[in-house]
Design a protein around this ligand. Structure first.
Ligand code: SF4
Length: 178
């Protein structure tokens, strides 16, 4: 059945749509994220569940995983990061083009988790900036989807000027990332 919507009184009936360029770019970006899964242990298994048919991350436009930092804009760190692995994680982040975002998934990536030991990095935010943290050991797929949606909110509302701002450059300089 075709339903006809009447034009408001006093209008021509022709529709129009107003937005800003920033908003349009934000909508396009947030619905076409290319995640790079940096999975080192059990949290990665939970991410596989999110990619399956039941949770279906494709609904959020994020099904195209990228294993090349050059072709990804969301670094998803999941699992324990040993200190010996830290330089590699940092290098992967540096190789990603701007704009890039980071999602820390699970207790281990965010704080070291149960591995409070000399050989484990006690949170990836000691070496790279993190945009969203997902708690849990491991987080449930619903939490991961919630984290992706929070990243989408950040992306959709981010100013196009932010990456060139002095504030952002100082943030990276604090992590010794030029
Ligand atoms: S947070 Fe828990 S599930 Fe995730 S990598 Fe650490 S020990 Fe494994």
């Amino acid at each position: 059945m075709v339903k006809t919507v009447e034009a408001p009184e006093g209008t021509s009936g022709r529709g129009f749509f107003v937005t800003s360029f920033e908003k349009a770019v934000g909508i396009a970006r947030k619905n076409s994220i290319w995640p790079l899964p940096f999975a080192t242990s059990c949290c990665g298994i939970e991410f596989m569940a999110v990619m399956g048919a039941h949770y279906d991350l494709a609904r959020f436009g994020s099904e195209r995983l990228s294993f090349s930092p050059r072709q990804s804009d969301l670094l998803m760190v999941m699992g324990t990061i040993a200190k010996k692995m830290s330089p590699i994680l940092k290098e992967v982040y540096i190789q990603m083009a701007e704009p890039r975002w980071v999602l820390s998934m699970g207790a281990c990536a965010s704080t070291g988790g149960i591995f409070d030991t000399y050989s484990v990095l006690q949170g990836i935010d000691r070496i790279i900036p993190v945009d969203v943290y997902i708690p849990g050991c491991p987080p449930r797929p619903e939490q991961i989807i919630d984290g992706i949606m929070r990243i989408q909110d950040l992306i959709g509302n981010e100013s196009l000027r932010r990456r060139n701002s002095q504030e952002y450059k100082e943030l990276l300089a604090g992590y010794h990332i030029e």
